[in-house]
Design a protein around this ligand. Structure first.
Ligand code: ZN
Ligand code: ZN
Length: 372
């Protein structure tokens, strides 16, 4: 079978940027050195690129897990062009296909079942899915967002402006354009590329399958650290509409913290979370299946399996009961709060009327007193 055609532009971009980052940057560090301002600026640019992809491209546009103010969408659109990962429209279209057809080699654009190299970068080096390249049927909703369409139209100009403009401007201001181009330009871009690519490759290979074994996605705290929280990928593939990937408060997910933090500033709204009972039941199902597997070779397998199933069934009943009651309790509290507010509004209205009545009685009295 002949392999699809090589996309030379992508090969050259990935290869050149990688070689410069791996050879020229260390050489320059050895011969000239980089100062702390340059290093801090490069880290800021790296975070800006990474978070624009995770918070904007991924959780906002591809999955619509929350809504964002146009100023925030604009910031992410620019950051996405800086990250050089194609337009929002194209990225989101690919990603929605990845979720819908995960691990199906013929359809999933970066199927992990094709191996580490393919899912990491190989899928972008040849025309594997050229027939559907401009098919944006699955992102019709995004075509209504003027910022998405503006970024798609001017993507090339934006990406060139950001990737050369920012490092050159910083270098001119700080006094060393070559250092700035190497650090803020090339090294930042390569690190930003490969940390994002790890979500398609490593996050489907390395880690725990906490919630489902129906796909290759894994939960991995170490990967989450380098990917702004996207390492909890097993959870994400099962609960893709949740704005969080790391759902526990201690799980490293700065993307989740940014989305939540912006809610207080009224920049984000309608944050979606998955029902707690569904999350717990998915995890319990996985534990049940693994325990059943372990017990298969136990001398008392039949008895133990029966006991396990019995305990599991009881637990599920209790889980359902608990969350149904919790839901009722929250609804009751909300009703009570509304009633409290209504009562206090009624009370203040009553007080106002009482005061008016006293005054009007007084003026009536004064008026009639003179007439009688
Ligand atoms: Zn996703
Ligand atoms: Zn995935």
């Amino acid at each position: 079978m002949t392999k699809p055609r090589i996309i030379w532009l992508n090969v050259i971009i990935f290869l050149m940027t990688f070689l410069i980052a791996a050879i020229a940057v260390p050489y320059r560090a050895y011969t000239h050195g980089f100062d702390s301002t340059e290093i801090i600026a490069a880290i800021i640019c790296f975070i800006y690129c990474g978070m624009s992809i995770t918070t904007g491209y991924h959780r906002l546009w591809a999955h619509k897990t929350y809504q964002a103010h146009s100023s925030l969408r604009f910031i992410f659109a620019i950051g996405g062009a800086f990250a050089l990962q194609n337009s929002i429209l194209h990225w989101s279209s690919d990603h929605r296909v990845h979720h819908k057809h995960v691990d199906k080699n013929e359809i999933d654009p970066y199927s992990a079942k094709m191996g580490f190299w393919y899912s990491h970068i190989g899928w972008m080096l040849r025309e594997y899915h050229s027939q559907g390249y401009h098919d944006y049927k699955n992102v019709r909703d995004l075509q209504k967002d003027p910022i998405v369409m503006w970024q798609h139209k001017y993507y090339l100009a934006l990406t060139i402006t950001m990737n050369f403009g920012v490092p050159i401007a910083f270098g001119l201001w700080h006094g060393n354009v070559i250092n700035s181009l190497l650090l803020l330009g090339f090294l930042r871009l390569v690190l930003s590329h490969h940390t994002t690519f790890f979500i398609n490759s490593l996050a489907h290979i390395w880690g725990k399958q906490t919630y489902t074994e129906k796909n290759t996605a894994r939960d991995n705290g170490i990967l989450a650290f380098f990917t702004f929280g996207e390492g909890y990928h097993n959870y994400h593939h099962l609960f893709e509409n949740d704005y969080r990937n790391g759902i526990r408060w201690w799980q490293f997910d700065p993307t989740k913290w940014l989305i939540k933090g912006c809610e207080y500033l009224k920049l984000t709204s309608k944050l979606r979370v998955s029902p707690e009972d569904k999350i717990e039941k998915a995890k319990l199902m996985m534990t049940l299946q693994r325990s059943q597997q372990k017990l298969k070779n136990h001398p008392d397998a039949e008895l133990m399996l029966e006991k396990l199933q019995h305990e599991y069934d009881n637990l599920i009943v209790r889980v359902n009961e608990f969350y149904a009651t919790k839901k009722k309790l929250i609804a009751t509290k909300r009703d009570a709060l509304i009633a409290d507010v209504e009562a206090s509004e009624l009370m203040s209205h009553y007080q106002e009327l009482k005061q008016c009545l006293v005054e009007q009685r007084r003026s009536w009295h004064l008026l009639t007193e003179k007439l009688i």
